[in-house]
Design a protein around this ligand. Sequence first.
Ligand SMILES: Nc1ncnc2c1ncn2[C@@H]1O[C@H](COP(=O)(O)OP(=O)(O)O)[C@@H](O)[C@H]1O
Ligand SMILES: [Mg+2]
Length: 332
Amino acid sequence: MPDPIVDRNRHMNEVTDALAPIQDGFRAENCFLFGPSGVGKTTVAKAAVRELRREVLDVPYAYVNCWKYYTRNAVLDQISHELVGAAMPRSASTSRLIDRIKADLHGPGVVILDEVDQLRETKVLYDLHDIPGLSWIGIANREVDLLADLDDRITSRISVAYRVRFDTYGEDAITEILSRRAREGLGPNAVDEDVLRRIARLSEGDARQAIAGLRVAARMASREGLAAIPGRLVEDAVADAEREVRQKTISKLNTHQRALYEVLAEEDGLIQKELYARYQEAHDDPVTLRYLRENHLPKLEHYNLIDIEQDRGSKRYHLVGPEGSQTNPSPC
Ligand SMILES: Nc1ncnc2c1ncn2[C@@H]1O[C@H](COP(=O)(O)OP(=O)(O)O)[C@@H](O)[C@H]1O
Ligand SMILES: [Mg+2]
């Protein structure tokens, strides 16, 4: 966890404000953070909770990545483990999990629901609302309506008081983030400011990408036996880092996203209808076209795995990167 958090004061303050009631023993306000990948959403959420826990010792806290834990049961299971340390059998029912959390949570607690747009069963937001003292910080790429699938009678009782929008970082902020990382990770003179600035420029406001670029550049330099990173390595390092980040994202895909990815790896440039038909053949339990369009395809786009091209009123989907780009088709 970086400390301090660079260039995110406003965002930090808003999340801290949402959490403030906990300092007086009350339930916090729910809040929702959204913006593209690599702009510090997860970092700010965790840092705000860290700050709170410095003020109010031992506020119960859980972090759930809804990309990995996307069912109601999986989310509650994760929360019962992390928030109240309850060791429940893997097969515990939803109601038992909720009862256990209710019984063990004395006073306010907070849950970070990261990648909350990947949640398949948003009903769990109602479960959380029903647990006295519990509030959440939701994180997603777009300003989705988290409560859209819930019953109106329920949504009228759940509120999201803070919506915090994150835009991509400017070049100065990324350079500063890199500079702090370099000092801590590589020592005081391992890299010049102008090399960092070039990495920053090529990373287009995405801190994850930039940090990966720095890491790859440092690795390349140390392989050459150099004590500092020369500028000539920057371009290759950033390109390699992009591939590394992409590979890591691919490993996190759920079965639907993976099926889509594989269909496009076989045949790049499909229009939506074709892509959906091929995906339906490839997956045992396909989601609806609407769900695919509103959930899985935007996710793949946000994580820079696919590009969407407008082609005379229809959308054409391309894989990003050497495996699937139009300019450099796969040899096999
Ligand atoms: N403001 C910041 N200061 C320092 N490091 C940051 C900052 N924002 C992001 N980072 C670093 O960049 C990487 C990506 O940030 P993250 O919070 O995971 O982005 P997001 O959740 O928006 O995709 C992490 O390694 C994080 O530590
Ligand atoms: Mg994140």
